[in-house]
Write a protein that binds this ligand. Structure first.
Ligand code: ZN
Length: 221
């Protein structure tokens, strides 16, 4: 049932299902196998449930191949990848995502750069407007490579968003921004925090649910 045991200097056991449905156990360096087995057995229901969830999502959204005609999201819309021999090495979005042919690994790199540049441009503008309008102590924006986290915020006024957020529809990005900006005032998820989010994004509860149900579409690579 377990695909990999990763031992490290930690004190507790933990279970994790990776993006391909593999079951990973993290364990302390010297923990006896017997205790690990016992832990796994106690958690079989959890493992099956979460593994199935990942496998179902993989079926729905197969891993990216970065081939011609494949579709990629931008602001919630899908656009096809098109190769043109005479085009630039970088990606441009003109009806389709257009770029010069290259290996899958290189196309993936170009996409990441493209999303990252778009995120920097788009989010800078949105954050500045929001911070000014609601008088928020916002200092710095960082674009991250986080795969399973849509935003985070530090007590020093730094807000982080993954470049993947640019795949999401605009109303969802607006919700994630409102969520992190509200953390500048409340570093918790208290009712007071949610009141701040709601001021900036009245549809936050529906948006949050939508993101939870659809986020797997935007974490592909
Ligand atoms: Zn939060």
């Amino acid at each position: 049932m377990v695909d990999k045991i990763i031992r490290s200097k930690r004190k507790t056991l933990s279970l994790h299902i990776d993006d391909s449905g593999g079951v990973i156990v993290r364990a302390p360096l010297l923990m006896p196998q017997l205790l690990i087995d016992r832990f796994v057995n106690r958690n079989t229901i959890w493992i099956k449930k979460h593994k199935n969830k990942v496998l179902r999502r993989l079926e729905e959204i197969p891993p990216r191949k970065f081939i011609s005609g494949e579709k990629f999201y931008f602001l919630g819309e899908e656009y096809e990848l098109e190769f043109r021999d005479n085009s630039n090495k970088s990606i441009v979005l003109e009806g389709n995502f257009i770029t010069r042919p290259a290996t899958a690994e290189e196309i993936k790199r170009r996409f990441r750069k493209w999303y990252r540049d778009e995120a920097r441009f788009y989010l800078t503008e949105r954050l500045n407007i929001c911070a000014e309008h609601y008088k928020l102590p916002y200092k710095e924006l960082k674009i991250t490579s986080a795969a399973h986290r849509w935003g985070s915020c530090t007590s020093k006024g730094c807000v982080n968003f993954p470049w993947r957020i640019m795949m999401c529809p605009e109303n969802i990005i607006a919700y994630v921004i409102a969520h992190e900006m509200a953390h500048l005032l409340q570093l918790n998820h208290s009712p007071r925090f949610w009141r701040e989010v709601e001021k900036m994004c009245p549809s936050c509860q529906e948006d949050r649910k939508w993101l939870h149900a659809n986020e797997h579409k935007f974490t592909g690579f």
